[in-house]
Design a protein around this ligand. Sequence first.
Ligand code: URA
Ligand code: SF4
Length: 206
Amino acid sequence: MSAAEFVPESGGVAELRAAAKDCHGCELWEPATQTVFGAGSPGARIMLVGEQPGDVEDQRGLPFVGPAGQLLQKGLDEAGADRSMLYVTNAVKHFRFTWQGKRRLHQTPDAGNVNACRPWLEAEIARVDPELIVVLGATAGKALLGSGFRVTRDRGVVMERETPVGARRFFATIHPSAILRMDADVRDQGYADFVTDLRAAVAAVE
Ligand code: URA
Ligand code: SF4
């Protein structure tokens, strides 16, 4: 299964977003509320890539608008990133979850979902054409940099890699949800290290 047949051959991000509404490239479209496509400046110099929309994003139809998104935005503001330079998206465009009573519990997308959804991500990279792709956490890292990606080892430095849409510069850091899950005694340091990474990413395009 793959999103490839749903990706329009021409047009910009707006055309991609419109087409992605009807994607049935994997099974995740059915239980989810809607496709959550990338958002931000179509001429962005930095593209940030997360894992998949969460519960709030699924309901609102926008990426990174829930708790993790608020922490990401705070970090980006502190790092001096201007919103006009940013485009934010996810490796997988539908929320994957299981029901626990009346609550929807996040489930990490599997390799099949990531592979099926990759044509959207590659199309976004090709059409936004950012100078730097900031990978947030393991799912995005494995989706874009291969299964050998390790966030703790690979974070904080610019990496140049060939991709199906040409050579690109990548920069990895942890996922903001990982900071929210940290024990209270290490969370402040975890957040400070995250902002240090984001500052280095912003400096890499200046
Ligand atoms: N986590 C993600 O990876 N992406 C979102 O859009 C929200 C939470
Ligand atoms: Fe299509 Fe991606 Fe949604 Fe699967 S997760 S249906 S590939 S948009």
